[in-house]
Design a protein around this ligand. Structure first.
Ligand code: NAD
Length: 299
């Protein structure tokens, strides 16, 4: 699949979708993009190989590959299969084309979508990403892939334009399971660090020094290394990953763990904390504002 001969439809041009689409353009692919927010078109004004279209149907016309980078599975399932009397795009996807769901979706929905799309002659791959906006911009995301090996091999060069580590973990849906579990582990770390730093501050300690100790000790994690100084202790809370999306991810992980009939006590508490913080902080809050939420809670 040479970039010059491959037409891509890109649906979902938000904080992650825009930089990912830009990296595909940089690699020479032509893109038809669609998002409910028409303002994003201006972000591609300089690129002649990008066309912002007015419907998902228009984006997928003649597409060899359709990429979804949307918030969640409810939105994806409505887009594919329709809702509220509106028909979906699944039946209009070109035969033998690929549909790559790069969103952090539910593994159960993805398994189902894979089955239904195969009946329509469309090849489904789940390829969620990890690394956030910074790595989406510099094209160094970690991309987790689920689907057939031949599909993984054919798509690897394209995924390599957006990511550095590209690992196939299993069949369709497997990558969405691994992504949700990863984000649960990450969210648990964020909540633990928020609670620990808040208590340290109450004790009169310098939280910068405490985090330096964490980073030199066994409490070190992605939050202590990358979030505490950049987004939390400075009250910036602007990492580019919303609390609503984090809450959605831990809910997917909890359901997955429960579906496996496995112990899930901490996951249950993470879901409760994430939901409550999301509700209290309101729409648009960044996930790093978990620290702000924890500070505001008094026992
Ligand atoms: P975002 O909210 O910034 O972007 C989502 C975009 O989808 C928005 O521009 C919105 O207008 C658009 N949209 C919603 N419904 C639509 C529809 N029906 N048709 C067309 N467009 C629609 O979210 P994001 O941060 O870019 O995240 C996208 C996905 O990637 C999510 O599943 C998220 O969990 C995952 N993710 C995000 C990050 C991050 O750091 N932000 C990191 C890894 C994975």
């Amino acid at each position: 699949m040479k970039p010059a001969d491959t037409k891509i439809a890109f649906v979902g041009l938000g904080l992650m979708g825009v930089p990912m689409a830009k990296n595909l353009l940089k690699a020479g692919y032509a893109l038809a993009g669609f998002d409910l927010n028409k303002d994003v078109a201006a972000k591609f004004a300089d690129d002649k190989r990008f066309q912002f279209v007015s419907s998902p149907e228009q984006a997928i016309q003649d597409a060899d590959i359709t990429i979804l980078m949307l918030p969640d599975s409810t939105i994806i399932d409505s887009l594919l299969w329709g809702s509220a009397g509106q028909s979906g795009i699944a039946e209009k996807l070109p035969k033998n084309s690929y549909l790559i769901d790069m969103s952090s979706s539910s593994p159960t929905s993805s398994k189902e979508n894979n089955k239904k799309l195969a009946q329509l002659g469309v090849k489904f791959v789940d390829a969620p990403v990890s690394g956030g906006v910074k790595k989406a911009i510099d094209g160094s995301l970690s991309i987790i892939v689920g689907g057939q090996k031949t599909h993984f091999e054919e798509l690897s060069p394209l995924l390599g334009c957006m990511g550095k580590s590209i690992v196939q973990v299993g069949d369709a849906g497997a990558a969405h399971a691994v992504k949700a579990l990863n984000n649960y582990v990450s969210a648990a770390g964020l909540i633990a660090v928020s609670e620990a730093l808040n208590a340290a501050a109450e004790f009169g300690l310098d939280t910068h020094v405490v985090n330096t100790v964490f980073n030199a000790s066994t409490g070190r994690n992605n939050t202590t290394e990358n979030k505490v100084e950049n987004f939390m202790l400075n009250d910036a809370f602007n990492s580019g990953f919303s609390l609503t999306l984090m809450s959605k991810d831990v809910q997917i992980a909890l359901k997955f763990i429960q579906d496996m009939n496995c112990y899930a006590d901490l996951a249950q508490q993470c879901v409760a904390t994430a939901k409550e913080a999301d509700q209290k902080l309101g729409k648009g809050a960044d996930h790093t504002a978990m620290y702000d939420y924890v500070r505001s809670q008094k026992r």
